[in-house]
Design a protein around this ligand. Structure first.
Ligand code: NAP
Length: 299
């Protein structure tokens, strides 16, 4: 029996683990892919207090190593279900816990167009910092208008010969400070009010077809396409124990779900601001709440 099982090893989940391990609790972290969560995709973090600039990967690595030193136990398994008696069922095992923290974050949103899956690793990527190096002196496109897309464009402009930034509107969701930086770069071309309607090529991506708001269609030859159109949570597997909103996020009262002793932290819950700062805040609050409330459990 674990004191707490944490599902997800992103910033929220690992921060929960940090607090619980420091309180000498028996903790298991379950992670389907690799530790770090979505933040590993951020080429630069410049809005985390007291850290002027750090890459997302370095941040995740630092946090992981910090928690590892406290004795972190992390199993790489996919959670399939949580039962009402707080048994966590994975693709490999079943574990029981007094408390559970769901910190599953969100996955990259897909364009859902033909050949997108087929071209992953063959021209299509969701992570500029992971795959950018393959495109030195090549032509790339980025799709999206949030901070991820803007930072990807800045990052890739240092590697690639030419960068197209394709966005479905003419206003950006990302911060002005990044947009201003982008406008100063001479190898960036903005393609606004436009959608990608097809990915073309035989064995790998060779070009993309764009349609603008006036229905004009054009082809752009590219070696790589970085899709940065946000994230989506995957919480349906938890619908027996938590309430989920129309966008798939878990409804909560702070970090408390509708089921006592099951908490939610980070991007996967309904919240106003999904940032690193709010993810780690959630992680610490969920852990501290679990610590307080597990004291009242009658053995
Ligand atoms: P985001 O802010 O949700 O932006 C997603 C972008 O993709 C939006 O511009 C959206 O367009 C567009 N989009 C969504 N669905 C689309 C579709 N089907 N086809 C075409 N375009 C589509 O996502 P994000 O940029 O990944 O950022 C997620 C969160 O992390 C944000 O809170 C962001 O501030 C934060 N973040 C922070 C940093 C940092 O500070 N260092 C770095 C990265 C991310 P519309 O605008 O038209 O809706």
């Amino acid at each position: 029996m674990y004191d707490t099982i944490i599902i997800g090893a992103g910033p929220a989940g690992l921060t929960s683990a940090l607090y619980l391990l420091r309180a000498n609790k028996k903790v298991l972290v379950l992670e389907a892919k690799c530790y770090g969560g979505q933040i590993i995709n951020a080429s630069k973090i410049a809005n985390y207090p007291a850290i002027e600039s750090i890459s997302g990967f370095e941040f995740a690595d630092n946090l992981y190593n910090q928690v590892k030193k406290l004795g972190l136990k992390i199993n790489y398994e996919t959670v399939i279900r949580i039962s009402e008696d707080k048994t966590v069922i994975t693709n490999k095992n079943e574990y029981k816990a007094k408390t559970i923290i769901i910190a599953t974050g969100a996955s990259n949103r897909k364009l859902n167009i033909d050949k997108e899956e087929q071209f992953i690793g063959k021209g299509v990527s969701y992570c500029a910092t992971c795959d950018g190096n393959f495109y030195k002196d090549k032509i790339v496109a980025i799709n999206g208008g949030g901070n991820t897309a803007l930072l990807d464009a800045i990052y890739l402009s240092n590697l690639a010969k030419k960068v197209y930034l394709i966005h479905r509107r003419d206003e950006f969701r990302g911060e002005d400070i990044y947009l201003e930086e982008l406008k100063k770069l001479n190898n960036i071309e903005f393609v606004l009010n436009s959608h990608i309607i097809s990915l073309n090529g035989n064995d790998r991506l060779e070009s993309i077809t764009i349609k603008d708001n006036l229905e004009n269609i054009k082809n752009i030859n590219v070696d790589g396409l970085f899709i940065a159109i946000g994230q989506e949570p995957k919480n349906l597997i938890f619908s027996n124990i938590v309430d989920i909103d129309e966008n798939g996020y878990i409804k909560s009262d702070g970090v408390r779900t509708k089921t006592p002793l099951i908490y939610v932290a980070g991007d996967t819950r309904v919240k106003f601001l999904r940032q690193l700062t709010t993810a780690v805040a959630d992680g610490s609050i969920a852990a501290t709440t679990a610590l307080k409330e597990m004291k009242n459990i009658k053995e």
